[in-house]
Design a binder for this molecule. Structure first.
Ligand SMILES: *Cc1c(COP(=O)(O)O)cnc(C)c1O
Length: 430
C-alpha cells in the first residue's frame, strides 16, 4: 500500500509543515486511523496523543461524522456561497450562535484557522473605517500564535515567527510581555502592567486586541491567569477597543470549558474558531461577531465586508461540523476532559522533579512537559513510534492533547512513553 519508493518520492517532492526540503526529518506513512489509533503502512498501530493538532476530538473514522459526510455528499459536496445559501451552513451557524456568548450573532465561514484570523483582523480595520476612523494597529501578546498567513503572522510572537525575516513587509504591531502568572498561580497585578501601559499609550491608534484566551498554544503551550484576561476585557471596554479571541485551538472543550474565555467569564467582540470545529475531518473556520461590529463594517465606504473565499461555507465541511457539534452538545466531553486532566496531572506533574524537566503543566485535556534542552526531534519521534505512540514534540515542548474519547489505558501508554523518553540523553540536543 505504501512502498519505499513512495516514501522516497515524498522526501524528494513534498513539503511538510516547517520542514526542510533539502534535509527533511523522517516521515511516517499512515494508511488508516480508527478511534484513538493511527495505523502505519507496516501495520503498526500508534496511540494518538495529538488529535492531529487539536482537531480530532472525537477520535478518527467516527461513524456519525462519516455518515454526515456521506449524506451531504449525496446532496452536493460544494456550491458557491455568493447569492446562494444551503441547509448545512444555516444549521451550523444557528448552532454556533447558540453555543457561543450571547452577543455574538453574525457568522463568517472560511477555509482555515489562519483565514479566520485574517477575516477577524480585516473586520477590525473595516469596523473603524465604518466609524470614520483609520486604525491599523493591533495589540497582542508575546508568545502568541495565530497562523501562518501574513496578517496572522504579524501578530504571532516576533521571535518564534522570525519577524526579522519579514522586516519592511510585515506591519508592525504592539506586543505586550507574555503573561507570567500561570493559570493556578496566585495573581500578581504586576503581570498586567506592560499590557496596561501599551493600551494606555496607544489606545487611540489601536483597532483591536487579539489574543489566545488562557492557553498560548503553538507559541509555547503556556496557561495564563484568568485575571489577566479579565483585565484585558476591562481595558478594552474602557478605551472602546475591540477584543478578538482566537479560540481556534482552545474552542470546544479542550481546556475544560466549552470556550477558554469562560475561565475568565468574559466574552469577546470577535471570536475565531477552527481546528476541532469539524471534529478533525475537514478544514473549516468560523469568525463570529456582535451585531454592532457587523453593522458598523457594513456602514464603511465599501458597503460590505470585503472578503469571500471560493470555498466559503463548503457544504461538506459544514455538515460534518454540525454533526461534530451535535456530539459536543450531547455533553460527554466535560467528564471525558476532566478524567484526562486528572490522569495527566497524576502522571506528568511529578515529572517536575526530573533533571531533564524545566516545568510540567496540565489544563483540561492538555499536558505539557517543558524540557531544559531542546529535543532532538528525529530521535525522540522514533522512540515514540517504537513505543507505539504518536507524539510530536517541538523545541523544548513534549505535549499531549489526545482525543476526548481516549481510554485510561491508552492515555497511560502516552504518559509512560513521555516519562521514559526523558531518561535518554540522546533525545535532547546539547
Ligand atoms: C492552529 C491555529 C491557527 C491557525 O489555524 P490553521 O487552520 O492552521 O490555519 C490560528 N490560531 C491558533 C490559536 C491556532 O492554534
Amino acid at each position: 500500500m505504501f512502498s519505499q519508493d513512495d516514501l522516497h518520492f515524498d522526501r524528494q517532492h513534498i513539503w511538510h509543515p516547517y520542514t526542510s526540503m533539502r534535509d527533511p526529518l523522517p516521515c511516517y506513512p499512515v494508511v488508516a486511523a480508527q478511534g484513538c489509533q493511527l495505523e502505519l503502512a507496516d501495520g503498526r498501530k500508534l496511540v494518538d496523543g495529538m488529535s492531529s493538532w487539536w482537531a480530532a476530538i472525537h477520535g478518527y473514522n467516527h461513524p456519525r461524522l462519516n455518515q454526515a459526510l456521506q449524506q451531504q455528499m449525496a446532496q452536493m459536496s460544494h456550491v458557491m456561497f455568493g447569492g446562494i445559501t444551503h441547509p448545512a451552513a444555516v444549521a451550523l451557524s444557528r448552532q454556533l450562535i447558540r453555543m457561543t456568548p450571547e452577543a455574538l450573532e453574525c457568522v463568517f465561514l472560511a477555509d482555515s484557522g489562519s483565514i479566520a484570523v485574517e477575516v477577524a483582523m480585516k473586520m477590525a480595520l473595516q469596523y473603524w473605517l465604518g466609524r470614520g476612523q483609520t486604525r491599523q494597529t493591533f495589540l497582542t501578546l508575546k508568545r502568541g500564535y495565530h497562523g501562518d498567513t501574513f496578517a496572522a503572522m504579524s501578530v504571532c510572537d516576533p521571535h518564534n515567527s522570525m519577524h526579522a525575516l519579514w522586516r519592511g513587509y510585515l506591519p508592525e504591531h504592539l506586543f505586550a510581555a507574555a503573561p507570567r502568572c500561570g493559570f493556578d498561580d496566585a495573581w500578581q497585578p504586576a503581570d498586567f502592567a506592560d499590557f496596561a501601559q501599551l493600551a494606555e499609550r496607544h489606545h487611540r491608534d489601536i483597532a483591536a486586541v487579539i489574543l489566545e484566551p488562557i492557553v498560548q498554544g503553538a507559541g509555547g503551550m503556556r496557561f495564563y491567569h484568568p485575571h489577566y484576561l479579565q483585565q484585558v476585557r476591562a481595558l478594552c471596554d474602557r478605551y472602546g477597543l475591540l477584543l478578538i479571541a482566537d479560540e481556534i485551538a482552545t474552542g470546544f472543550g479542550r481546556t475544560g470549558k466549552l470556550f477558554a474565555c469562560e475561565h475568565a467569564g468574559i466574552a469577546p467582540d470577535i471570536l475565531c474558531l477552527g481546528k476541532a470545529l469539524t471534529g478533525g475531518t475537514l478544514t473549516l473556520s468560523a469568525t463570529l461577531t456582535t451585531r454592532e461590529v457587523a453593522d458598523t463594517i457594513s456602514r464603511s465606504a465599501a458597503g460590505c465586508f470585503m472578503h469571500g473565499p471560493t470555498f466559503m461555507g463548503n457544504p461538506l465541511a459544514c455538515a460534518v461540523a454540525v454533526e461534530s457539534l451535535a456530539i459536543v452538545n450531547e455533553g460527554h466531553w466535560p467528564a471525558q476532559v476532566a478524567a484526562i486532566e486528572q490522569q495527566l496531572r497524576a502522571a506528568l506533574l511529578p515529572l517536575r522533579d526530573h533533571p531533564a524537566v524545566a516545568d510540567a503543566r496540565v489544563l483540561g485535556a492538555i499536558g505539557v512537559i517543558e524540557t531544559r534542552q531542546p529535543v532532538n526531534m528525529a530521535q525522540l519521534q522514533q522512540f515514540f513510534v517504537t513505543r507505539g505512540v504518536w507524539i510530536r514534540p517541538f523545541g523544548k515542548l513534549i505535549y499531549l492533547m489526545p482525543p476526548y474519547v481516549i481510554s485510561a489505558a491508552e492515555l497511560m501508554q502516552l504518559t509512560h512513553a513521555v516519562r521514559d523518553a526523558l531518561d535518554v540523553e540522546a533525545h535532547f540536543l546539547p
